[in-house]
Design a protein around this ligand. Structure first.
Ligand code: GLN
Length: 488
């Protein structure tokens, strides 16, 4: 295998090459470590440790040589810095956790390591996964490899930029309200958020616990299926919301025909606010699926717009509670000078948290406070249920739902955007998050400025295999997922 194109290979391709001994895990690790260094200006990585990576690669090579290696043995990957890891520091993109080292690995990290994958390090993200552009990281913004003057999306922006630039063949991400799907869309990748409860949240630094889910980001649907199969599965003793559903082989439906499949297209996803270039790309992708035998049915998700206020009440409410633990006593940063305990808390949190995190803590505390709880939090919970019910009504008419991931392509880095503008841009990803449904982003071509556009697919509970099937079929007749940004 040519060293020059190792970083253009898929996870499946690399796994096969490793097995055929055309390349070793150590060679691969060195190749990607070199690229990470070469493209450090993207800001995608927060922690790399050559010795750790090479030791993991040597272990994988030993297993490959012994012939008892699992399927993904030796394939490199990198983790969003929201997963705690023993081998690298974990920051969640926050000053609050600068230099923190966990005494254990997150379940997702552990499962992928058990699958033989070699860790390349930790990836930049929005602070505590709050954001849509990766500009909220305390350690600097991440650049979009398709155009470094643009954002990669967020909050898993480091994951998306790293895969798009060929610094790693795959990465983990987390999605609370769209943070796997939207950066995948902005960087021309495939990414999937499984049904809530399928991936363990143990060791994933909590943002909004009733919404947070882990998932893979890679170039192809097949790669996502391989990774998802490895990382999902019950973790009942360690995550109280883990689903007691056996892990499954998500590759098993990839080659199913789409003949007769009903694709529901929600009217509300194509209204005012959807940029014409995104609409055109999404339409072209849907037409491609129709050519493969799928049938398009118009459906309605009437409470789509309400997902924004509902999410931006529930997520901050949960965040305000989850982030209480960062008090200068238990983890990470502590203010240097303080008068007493109260002052220590205040100064630590004032110094440790960034502006967006503070905004969410304040909003969350407000909506949970006596007198406002009923008016905001309780109302939001009721609407959340209605949004989930709307999906169940829609799934009586269709097998999967499709539409845009985001209203526009990636916007310019450093653009003075109102935080509200970012919240509004989450309109298409939030509904599935609130309902706990699986959702994914699949490359669907390019829009303004040659920037990637993603097609969103949403399935009913536990229908990840069907989503991956639709995505894989789309990738049989299109090559958008195989394009590389210039210079990478
Ligand atoms: N953009 C959304 C937010 O800022 C979603 C983030 C996420 O999914 N982690 O909360």
């Amino acid at each position: 295998m040519m060293a020059a194109d190792l970083h253009h290979q898929s996870v499946a391709g690399l796994a096969a090459a490793l097995r055929a001994r055309q390349v070793s895990a150590v060679e691969l690790a060195r190749h990607f470590l070199g690229r990470i260094q070469q493209h450090a200006d993207l800001g995608a990585f927060l922690a790399v440790d050559e010795a750790v990576t090479l030791a993991q690669a040597q272990a994988a090579d030993a297993r490959l040589a012994a012939g008892d290696a699992p399927l993904l043995a030796g394939v490199p990957l990198a983790h969003k810095d929201i997963f705690v890891t023993r081998d690298w520091p974990t920051t969640a993109g926050s000053r609050m956790l600068a230099g923190y080292r966990s005494p254990f690995d997150a379940t997702v990290v552990q499962r992928l390591a058990e699958a033989g994958m070699v860790g390349l390090g930790k990836l930049n993200c929005d602070e505590f996964a709050m954001g849509s552009a990766n500009e909220n990281s305390a350690f600097g913004a991440v650049k979009n490899p398709w155009n470094p003057a643009h954002v990669p999306g967020g909050s898993s922006g480091g994951s998306a930029a790293a895969v798009a630039a060929g610094l790693t063949p795959a990465a983990t991400g987390t999605d609370t309200g769209g943070s796997i799907r939207q950066p995948a869309s902005f960087c021309g990748l495939t990414g999937i958020k499984p049904t809530y409860g399928r991936a363990s949240r143990y060791g994933m630094i909590a943002f909004a616990s009733s919404l947070d889910q882990a998932g893979p980001m890679a170039r192809t649907a097949e790669d996502c299926a391989l990774l998802l199969s490895a990382l999902c599965g019950p973790d009942l003793d360690r995550d109280s919301t883990s689903l007691d559903v056996p892990a499954e082989d998500f590759t098993r439906l990839l080659n199913d025909s789409l003949a007769g499949l009903r694709i529901g297209v929600p009217r509300e996803f194509f209204g005012e606010g959807l940029a014409p270039d995104v609409r055109a790309a999404v339409d072209a992708a849907l037409a491609e699926l129709e050519k493969r035998g799928a049938r398009r049915v118009e459906i309605s998700l009437p409470r789509t717009e309400l997902a924004i206020p509902v999410y931006y009440i529930i997520a901050p409410a949960e965040a305000s509670s989850n982030l209480e633990r960062f008090d200068g006593v238990k983890f990470g940063h502590r203010a240097r000078d303080y008068a007493d305990l109260e002052d220590m808390y205040k100064k630590t949190r004032a110094e440790g948290f960034g502006a967006e995190v503070k905004r969410r803590i304040m909003t969350g505390t407000y909506v949970l406070s006596h007198g406002y709880y009923d008016a905001y939090y309780l109302q939001a919970q009721k609407l959340r249920r209605m949004i989930a019910d709307d999906f169940q009504a829609a799934f009586k008419q269709c097998d999967v739902i499709a539409g845009p991931v985001a209203p526009t392509v990636a916007w310019a880095l450093g653009a003075e955007r109102d935080p509200l503008a970012d919240y509004l841009a989450d309109v298409y990803t939030l509904p599935a998050s609130l309902a706990g449904l699986p959702g994914m982003s699949v490359p669907a071509g390019f829009g303004e400025g040659g920037l990637p556009v993603g097609l969103q697919l949403i399935g009913n509970y536990l229908q990840e295999g069907r989503l991956l099937n639709v995505a894989h079929q789309l990738q049989q007749s299109t090559d958008w997922h195989q394009r590389f940004p210039q210079g990478f």
